[in-house]
Structure formats: C-alpha cells, structure tokens
Design a protein around this ligand. Structure first.
Ligand code: C5J
Length: 221
C-alpha cells in the first residue's frame, strides 16, 4: 500500500489496483487552432501543464501502473453527438465542422489525437468518449472492473468540465479518485480553483487532490 499526502486527508492506494487517467490531452484542446481556441480560449494555459504531466506519466509507466487516456471524440457521422451538444458553443465553428486541424472533435482527425508529448504507448488504454464524462457510452467501467481497479489518479483538461465530470462519475461508481492539481488545467483559472475546492470539500465528497510531487514521493517511498 502507498500513501500520498493529499487533501482533505492522506490517499492510500495499491499500485496494482490504481490507474492513471489522463483526460482529453488532445490537440483540439491544447494546440492553437483546435476546438478550445475556436471557443475563444487562451490555449497556452493548458499547454503549461504538459511538462509536469509528462513526468507523472513517465514515473507511473516506470512503476508499472495502468494508464488510461481519454479523447473527446465523435463518430464521423456525428450520430453520437446529440443536438444538446452540437448546437452549443461557437455557432461559426461547431463539432464536426472543418477546422485548422481537421474536423472538430471527430475521431481520426489530426486535432483529435493526443498531443505528441503524452502519446499513448503499447498496452495503454485509449478511450474515445462522446460525452464529457469518461464512463458515458464507453464501457470503461466494465474494463476497469475486470482489471480489479479501485483507485483512479486524474490529470487532464479541462478541470471543471471533463475532468470533474469524470471524477464525479467515478465516485458514484465506487472508485477513490485523486486529482493531481498541477496536471490539470482550465481556460478559466477561477474555475480550476473552484473545482479543486469542490472535489475535496466535506471530507472528500468527490475525492482527493494533491500536487503531483506527493504522488511521486509515494511512488518512491
Ligand atoms: C470541454 C473537456 N471542455 N475535455 N471538454 O469541452 O473538458
């Protein structure tokens, strides 16, 4: 058993029963010209967490832990994108439209890929998800259960949208989740700060949060 110093109290985990989940570290959100920028956001904020996240990914790989990458990705015919999602956002460039890096948030398009610095390697899971949360219409819960996973370490973007939704969904399914504070980011710093507070409030009502140094220390210890 490992222990990471975290808030609101230490987070115990067993390496074999824990997965590192990196949410939507995709070109569409992080690089100029993607979905994130089309919504009017400053994507450089998100780019800033890449080096820290890479250190965590490499350390977790070296420790032999399971890695799960998610991508927010729709079928080319958009049959998995309901009007409630399709008809919002920037009216001049919507999901499925041709953007500077291919069709926005569509499977297989260049912009939909995970950024090179964090690219998945053989044996890691890549989950395409049509929703904000990682469990909706993905079969991921069943896969994690089959593997005996009980604990999830979260990084990725954006903190208050896909990361928080996934953590909440995970909590409802019985997983103990830890958010790595410096491996997640939002286009809105105040939203990130609020999401972190919400997650660990009321005795870890959604889960735990910690700087990634605490995870790295637990892996060494
Ligand atoms: C958003 C995400 N923000 N990955 N997606 O639309 O958080």
């Amino acid at each position: 058993m490992r222990i990471a110093q975290a808030q609101p109290f230490p987070y115990d985990f067993d390496l074999q029963k824990t997965a590192l989940v990196l949410i939507d570290m995709q070109r569409d959100f992080i690089e100029p010209g993607g979905f994130g920028e089309t919504l009017g956001n400053d994507v450089s904020l998100l780019e800033a967490i890449v080096p820290t996240t890479k250190v965590v990914l490499q350390s977790w790989r070296a420790a032999g832990g399971l890695v799960v990458h998610t991508r927010e990705a729709h079928q080319p015919d958009l049959s998995d994108c309901p009007p409630a999602k399709l008809n919002r956002g920037n009216p001049t460039l919507r999901i499925g439209d041709e953007g500077p890096m291919g069709r926005i948030l569509v499977r297989g398009e260049p912009g939909n890929q995970i950024i090179d610095a964090l690219a998945p390697i053989a044996g890691e899971w890549v989950i395409d998800k049509p929703g904000k949360g990682m469990f909706y219409a993905t079969g991921l819960h069943e896969k994690l259960q089959a593997r005996g996973i009980t604990h999830l370490l979260f990084g990725g973007v954006t903190t208050e949208v896909c990361v928080q939704t996934s953590m909440r969904e995970a909590n409802d399914r019985g997983y103990d989740g830890l958010l790595l504070e410096d491996c997640t980011e939002s286009y809105f710093p105040a939203f990130k700060a609020a999401a972190i507070e919400m997650i660990r409030a009321q005795g870890a009502i959604v889960g735990w949060t910690a700087p990634s140094a605490q995870l790295l220390a637990a892996l060494k210890g």
